[in-house]
Design a protein around this ligand. Structure first.
Ligand SMILES: [Fe+2]
Length: 422
């Protein structure tokens, strides 16, 4: 009798797990114009090839008047047979043969809270939420480098807790901007899949850039931007080889341009990216222009020039208001810079790189020691050493953008104001 009960219980459990598994890795991603449209990414087992997405204002009691789109899945083996680790730390090759869905839902109302869900093969997914752009004043959370890694859940938890801490600061944020390395190995599909179960991924639209860790597998056996591309549904308005990886979008008064460092290591790669950035800025005039990439502008430990050296001339030429990055794990903010000189607010580009947020892979440095390089340009630096957790709150009005660095307790560490550039 006991045995029979156990069998029934196990069958019920595996049934529940299977039902949850049918639609997974669900996330709302920015579209080119998040004021009236939103992109969605999800996956199902490869046997399923059609799904329906429903989107309705959050205030609607049910889904009767939802916008409904049928979406075809594409067979995806980007992450199949990749050497990885289970949550228990066991070595294994991931078996990932899935149908991948990219949807774009339009005709949305501006500055409105929406709910969404996906239906496939008789199953209905969990409900997610997002808010469309269009508010006169708005806020976003900025986070990077939490390196989600299944065997060490504490990393994800530290990052997600930091997002919640940013949520308690000032004006509630309506979306999350990440600056890369949100996974330890982007080739490990299970890392993405578990990450998307975290509450901030269910409650907000995300926009992000490809980090070196998102671009790699364990032991670097394969490096490709397809890991980042197929884990999301970002706009396909980039350039050759970077569709769905490099992209631009307009959120209120801000033009965001998202770059992929992994394909800008060579001079040709840099040229291609810069030609694209120049074109995007010319074709999309905006009061604020923000460029995001993963690799740091300066080395936080001594202030030495990093990507700043490759980009500052173009940013001067294009009037980029703010340049955001991550990767270094040491926070750095600068004064407004133009032609390598500190200039008045609104007359140059402010450079900021976020700290890490996983409480584990931070970088120690002696913040008291005077900077050996770029001391006049760098306004503030911060790290907590190996166990660093920090994130930022970004508030934008017509007059200014206010960027606030917070520690894990919500303590304000640095405030930077950025003004529209011509
Ligand atoms: Fe990192």
């Amino acid at each position: 009798m006991k045995k029979l009960f156990l069998i029934i219980a196990l069958a019920a459990l595996s049934g529940a797990a299977a039902a949850q598994e049918k639609i997974f890795s669900i996330t709302a991603c920015t579209s080119e114009s998040p004021e009236d449209s939103m992109n969605f990414s999800w996956a199902t087992d490869k046997a399923i090839t059609m799904a329906t997405i429903e989107v309705a204002p959050a205030r609607f009691k049910d889904w009767k008047k939802a916008i409904r789109d049928n979406v075809g899945g594409r067979y995806c083996n980007t992450y199949d047979s990749i050497y990885s680790k289970t949550a228990k730390g066991e070595n294994f090759y991931e078996d990932v043969k899935i149908s991948k869905y990219n949807a774009s839902v339009g005709k949305l109302k501006r500055d409105t809270e929406y709910k969404y869900r996906i239906i496939a093969d008789g199953d209905t997914s969990r409900v997610g939420h997002f808010r469309t752009a269009g508010a006169r004043e708005w806020s976003a959370c900025i986070i990077s480098d939490f390196h989600a890694y299944l065997p060490l859940y504490a990393r994800t938890k530290a990052g997600m807790d930091m997002v919640r801490t940013v949520g308690k600061h000032g004006m509630p944020f309506s979306w999350v901007l990440h600056l890369g390395d949100i996974t330890a190995w982007g080739g490990s599909y299970s890392f993405w899949k578990n990450l998307y179960e975290e509450e901030p991924f269910k409650e907000y639209m995300w926009a992000g850039v490809n980090g070196n860790h998102d671009n790699m597998t364990r032991n670097y056996s394969k490096c490709t931007n397809e890991f980042f591309r197929d884990a999301a549904a970002y706009p396909h308005n980039g350039y050759e080889g970077e569709m769905g990886v490099c992209y631009h979008f307009r959120y209120g008064d801000v033009l965001f341009i998202m770059l992929n460092n992994e394909n800008m290591k060579s001079e040709e790669g840099l040229q291609a990216a810069q030609a694209w950035v120049r074109k995007v800025v010319e074709e999309n005039p905006a009061p604020y222009k923000v460029v995001c990439e993963h690799y740091q502008w300066f080395f936080g430990a001594d202030g030495k020039t990093s990507q700043y050296g490759r980009w500052s001339r173009l940013f001067d030429e294009l009037g980029i208001s703010l340049a955001l990055a991550g990767n270094n794990h040491i926070y750095v903010s600068t004064h407004p810079l133009y032609r390598d000189e500190v200039v008045e607010p609104g007359k140059g580009t402010v450079y900021i790189q976020t700290p890490s947020s996983d409480n584990e892979r931070g970088v120690a440095c002696d913040l008291e020691k005077p900077l050996g390089h770029n001391a006049e340009k760098i306004k503030f630096r911060w790290t907590e050493g190996g166990q660093t957790v920090g994130g930022m709150h970004m508030q934008v009005s017509r007059k200014k953008m206010t960027l606030t660095l917070l520690d894990r307790n919500g303590k304000i560490l640095d405030v930077t104001e950025v003004f529209p550039t011509k």
